[in-house]
Write a protein that binds this ligand. Structure first.
Ligand code: APR
Length: 266
């Protein structure tokens, strides 16, 4: 058995399978990763987008954020074969949840597409299991007012900022903030608690396309391993959690995940 065949066997045996993804799963869609060759943080300084800067200098924050959004999200990125394979595993009832650090919304788009395709029902004609997609770091396609909490589609607001409204403000007068978790900003307690309980409960925990360096998310594979879960890592480069992984695949996500899904349903 090769690594993916062993991983597929674990997924078939497991009741609770959780996928945890990072920028590497969206890289084949054209979305830049943060680290490694041509990483975002080679071009920008993380500090420019820290929560403290947003609070101290919202105008300067938004001036830089417009450039970052153009780099990260200006193009119409589409889900790739890896997103689609995870969405299909969800439709097949083989995936309890997808936890993602990504803010590009591509898992939701892939799940929606599979959901449409599954309108005819899955193989046995049953209902389509709901796979939870938990966006740990939020979603860059939305903004939120820091005063009244209103959430709005991000594109028009980013365009207003690009046209000189710095910072862009809500009708209530409050300043809009990208609906993402900024460096130095705490993840919502309920979100990280839910992610931790899913990791603890998982029989199989798949870490996919992530360097596993940003806490608290990067502790999830260890948590899964500590409660007896099988940990599989699919990542081109080594990660600090490779030592707790039962299976490590250095394959490209767009090769590994479709093959994993095919092996599971074989
Ligand atoms: N197939 C498999 N792995 C890939 C692929 C691919 N096609 N392309 C890239 N990778 C791997 C890289 O080797 C790298 O280890 O994906 C990983 C991406 O790591 P990062 O760029 O660090 O992204 P991520 O782990 O998601 O970063 C976590 O850091 O800056 C913050 O908030 C940001 O959510 C982000 C967090």
């Amino acid at each position: 058995m090769d690594d993916l065949e062993r991983l597929a066997a674990a997924v078939r045996r497991g009741d609770t399978v959780v996928a945890f993804t990072g920028a590497g799963i969206s890289a084949p869609s054209g979305v830049p990763t943060f680290r490694g060759d041509d990483g975002v943080w080679d071009e920008f300084d993380e500090g420019q987008f820290a929560y403290g800067r947003f609070q101290r200098d919202p105008e300067g924050f938004w001036r830089d954020r417009v450039e970052l959004q153009r780099l990260l999200f200006d193009e119409e990125y589409d889900p790739n074969a890896a997103h689609e394979a995870l969405a299909a595993m969800g439709r097949d009832g083989d995936l309890e949840a997808i936890l993602t650090q990504n803010t590009d919304g591509l898992h939701g788009e892939a799940a929606a597409a599979v959901g449409d395709g599954a309108a005819e029902g899955n193989a046995d004609g049953g209902t389509v299991p709901e796979t939870t997609v938990l966006e740990l770091h939020g979603n860059s396609q939305r903004v939120r007012c820091t005063d009244c909490g209103t959430r709005r589609d991000g594109d028009p607001i980013v365009e207003r900022a690009a046209a000189g409204e710095l910072p862009p403000t809500c009708d209530c007068g409050g300043v809009f903030k990208p609906d993402v978790v900024l460096f130095g900003e705490r993840l919502p307690g309920a979100v990280i608690q839910r992610a931790r309980s899913l990791a603890r409960e998982s029989d199989v925990f798949l870490a996919i396309g992530t360097s596993l360096v940003v806490e608290p998310a990067a502790s999830l594979p260890r948590l899964a391993a500590s409660t007896g879960g099988t940990v599989g890592i699919v990542n081109l480069e080594s990660t600090p959690c490779d030592d707790v992984a039962d299976i490590v695949s250095r394959e490209d996500v767009t090769d590994a995940l479709p093959r994993l899904r095919d092996l599971v349903v074989e």
